[in-house]
Design a protein around this ligand. Structure first.
Ligand code: COA
Length: 388
């Protein structure tokens, strides 16, 4: 039985800030952000792009009418929920026009939740040959203006259709998860921004990776040379690199070179978007598939991490013809068509997002007729514009 990712796409808001300019404004050496953290640009959220609209935007260009009939489960992975009870999956299910006999719910474990979502989808589909599952990872990563985590913010969503006989990758039966109760990053109920121990979070990530990878290698009898490339959760592009470097000496020189080069291709888009929490690993997978020369039959190792913490190492194998389902031109266009905002404007966007202050001119709503966006909020009900 082959089950895996049949379709994949991402959406990011149409504004960004240049990290060198943000560094200057924060009186920090730009190389700290550009090289030390490894981020070039950072997505800036207008108030009218929340997790629901971004998730629907990521899904809308890959979901066909047939998919809408066959999807029987919609899972949204997020740590930026706008509601403690109603699941964003219900709203996305409605916006996309998916048939009504479906399970829709949200999953949470910091940046990790999209991974148990696709594993759950895989298990669910094992007894449902004709059904499909839509998994969406959607987040706005926010630490606060002038905070330590500020350069590792971002926003965006990834949508994946999980099905039998997938067109892109099959998900192998080999996942190993590792849980450790650690307060490296958390957001108590009622807090606008997360609490974070940056140094601890870097250590906890690397430890979780090493534990997951070592156990995986032992159970599966695998070594690094078995992988064409590795993809990591990417809160900032230097993070996965640190994890990779912590074990790379296990590999021969050819493998080291291949994995290092693959890593750079895999974080290319993340460098220009920033952290999108639950979607970061999957944005990195898209970046790898779009920017690296890979061959059907090759296996990719993936490491998912959510602070708190849960890590998981698993693998996916490329399907014949996968490249036809990777729309590099569209990804490039989405990133290149964005508008740069000044640091002062980024701060205005940031505060308006927190205060739910709409400004149709600054948000450029006139150009948004072909995407989903949050139109207004009345009596605590969110109303969305759908593409014409
Ligand atoms: N040129 C090049 N590199 C520079 C530099 C310069 N001028 N100045 C600093 N650096 C490097 C540092 O050496 C460091 O690299 P290293 O980690 O390889 O040692 C890196 O830039 C970051 O510097 P650091 O002093 O650790 O930054 P910080 O105290 O501001 O914290 C984060 C950085 C990422 C921990 C912080 O932004 C954060 O808390 N982010 C949110 C949490 C997070 O994303 N955690 C990841 C796991 S989920």
């Amino acid at each position: 039985m082959t089950i895996g990712i049949d379709k994949i796409n991402f959406y990011v808001p149409k504004f960004y800030v240049d990290m060198a300019k943000l560094a200057e404004a924060r009186q920090v050496d730009p190389n700290k952000y550009l090289i030390g953290i490894g981020q070039t640009e950072m997505a800036v959220s207008p108030v009218n792009q929340d997790i629901v609209s971004m998730g629907a935007n990521a899904a809308k260009d890959i979901i066909t009418e047939e998919d809408k009939k066959k999807i029987t489960m919609v899972i949204v992975a997020t740590e930026s929920a706008t509601d403690n009870a109603k699941a964003a999956a219900v709203q996305i299910h409605h916006l996309l026009g998916i048939q009504p006999f479906a399970r829709c719910f949200e999953m949470k474990e910091a940046c990790y939740a999209a991974t148990p979502a696709i594993q759950l989808a895989k298990d669910y589909l094992a007894t449902r040959a004709n059904e499909k599952v839509l998994v969406i990872a959607s987040d706005t990563a926010r630490y606060g203006l002038n905070s330590g985590g500020e350069p590792t913010q971002g926003a965006g969503a990834v949508a994946m259709v999980i099905s039998h006989h997938p067109s892109i990758v099959t998900l192998n039966d080999d996942a190993v998860a590792y849980t450790e109760d650690v307060y490296d990053f958390w957001r108590p109920t009622g807090h606008k921004y997360p609490l974070v121990d940056g140094a601890l979070s870097k250590d906890a990530y690397i430890r979780s990776f090493q534990q997951s990878w070592n156990e995986y290698a032992k159970r599966q009898g695998k070594s690094l040379s078995d992988f064409a490339s590795l993809c990591f959760h990417v809160p900032f592009s230097k993070m996965g690199k640190k994890a990779l470097e912590s074990i790379i000496d296990e590999a021969d020189e050819t493998t080291q070179e291949r994995l290092r080069a693959g890593y750079e291709d895999a974080v290319h888009y993340n460098r220009y978007v920033g952290n999108i929490y639950t979607g970061s690993l999957y944005l990195s997978l898209i970046s790898l598939l779009a920017n690296r020369d890979l061959t059907a039959g090759e296996t990719i190792g993936l490491f998912s991490y959510g602070s708190g913490s849960v890590g998981e190492f698993f693998s996916a194998t490329l399907v014949e013809g996968f490249e036809e389902h990777i729309n590099k031109d569209a990804y490039q266009h989405l990133l290149e068509a964005r508008t740069e905002v000044t640091v002062a404007d980024y701060e205005t966007f940031f505060n308006r997002f927190d205060n739910l202050e709409f400004d149709n001119i600054q948000d450029g709503v006139a150009d948004d007729s072909n995407i989903f966006y949050l139109e207004n909020i009345q009596d605590n009900i969110r109303y969305y514009h759908s593409p014409e």
